[in-house]
Design a protein around this ligand. Structure first.
Ligand code: ST9
Ligand code: ZN
Ligand code: ZN
Length: 327
């Protein structure tokens, strides 16, 4: 059951957000998708780091049978801890403002976000707002029209398309710059990220149950981080290419069960792009959605409030009008 003070937002009327986005200036599902090979500028530092990370993660798999079961449990726990910093933090709170959070929760979400090492909250939220506003165009940082590889990881290995900066600069990010916790995290991002993404997950298993630092580092830091990145990127790749479109069949984002499970409730992507300010990023409440469970728990202890939820009636009308008929 959803918490009682959830705000029923009417802003996404049956003729709502998606139409507004589709028909705004320079917005079309253009055929031109990408700057052309000659203009793609590869960032070799990122290529090398990503190859090393994925190589390290594959090696870490061989260490699983040799490590303490508590280290496995710790790695899963830390995966969820960091994931909430992205889903409940950067995504639903800061990028979409789909609920409000008191300072203690915002502070912890900023730390959890650094544990996920996906760039600071300001960069993440800025790119994500631009992604929603200019989906599937050259101004979308991970434009899925440029193919699976680009949408998944390729966009982090090359310089951005100039349209990202140009059109992104038209959006308002003043709320992010005004948030002292966001700016604190940005200022101290490198030390916070090293501490929370690599040092703490490695030291805890070594200190508390005598795991070797080597095993702890490769499992709870490298493997856990690499899986978290790929789960997140899957929302941009898999869930922008494959799945059902019960809310709006005219857009790429789709409902994708595999992504929902790995990305802790963020794979209801057709719903999310149709009703982006819904705090549950899905028609449902707790259904397959650990992030919604987390936000609801924060509501019950008084840390989260003003959650926005699209009324069921609006959702049903929209399904009838633009959905693909799947449920
Ligand atoms: C990572 C992020 O992995 C993943 C985000 C995925 C999002 C998924 C969304 C799905 C939602 C659901 C969540 C599911 C979660 C599930 C969790 C499960 C665990 N607007 O960027 P720069 C301007 S990160 C306006 O350097 P380059 C701005 O002035 C992984 N302006 O561009 C900026 O300067 P400043 C680890 C913008 O040089 C300037 O341009 N990190 C915008 O082309 C330069 O910006 C990495 O791998 C905008 N949108 O470089 C590092 N953007 O910042 C990756 C930019 O000073 N990044 N400007 O204001 C890089 O190395 C570089 O960004 C680059 C592009 C090489 C990719
Ligand atoms: Zn979003
Ligand atoms: Zn999307």
């Amino acid at each position: 059951m959803a918490p009682r003070n959830v705000i029923q937002t009417e802003e996404e009327s049956p003729r709502g957000v998606v139409e507004e986005v589709l028909h705004s200036d320079n917005m079309s599902f253009d055929e031109h998708t990408g700057p052309g090979k000659a203009n793609v500028r590869i960032v070799w530092r990122n290529v090398i780091l990503m190859v090393l990370l994925h190589g390290g993660a594959l090696y870490a798999l061989t260490l699983i049978p040799k490590s303490h079961p508590f280290t496995w449990v710790w790695s899963v726990f830390y995966y969820l801890f960091a994931a909430m910093g992205i889903t409940a933090g950067a995504h639903r709170l800061w990028a979409h403002k789909s609920y409000k959070a008191r300072a203690p929760l915002r502070f912890f979400l900023a730390l959890m976000n650094a544990a996920a090492f996906q760039n600071d909250i300001l960069d993440w939220s800025r790119d994500h707002r631009v992604h929603h506003k200019y989906s599937e165009t050259d101004a979308d940082p991970h434009n899925a029209k440029r193919g699976f590889f680009f949408a998944h990881i390729g966009w982090l290995l090359v310089r951005k398309h100039p349209n990202v900066m140009e059109k992104g600069s038209r959006l308002d990010f003043s709320d992010l710059y005004a948030d002292k916790i966001v700016m604190f995290q940005r200022r101290f991002y490198i030390p916070l990220m090293i501490l929370l993404c690599f040092i703490i997950p490695s030291v805890v298993p070594w200190y508390f149950w005598g795991e070797s630092l080597w095993n702890a580092y490769f499992l709870a830091a490298i493997l856990r981080y690499c899986i978290g990145l790929n789960a997140t990127w899957s929302v941009n790749s898999f869930a922008h290419l494959w799945g059902t479109r019960p809310y709006d069949k005219r857009i790429n984002p789709a409902e994708n069960l595999g992504v929902t499970l790995s990305a802790v409730g963020e794979g209801f992507h057709n719903y999310h792009h149709t009703f982006p300010s819904d705090y549950s990023t899905s028609e449902y409440g707790w259904h397959l959605n650990i992030t919604t469970v987390f936000i609801n728990c924060m509501y019950y202890i008084g840390q989260a409030y003003d959650m926005k939820k699209t009324p069921a009636k609006v959702v049903q009308l929209r399904k009838l009008r633009t959905g693909d008929g799947s449920s």
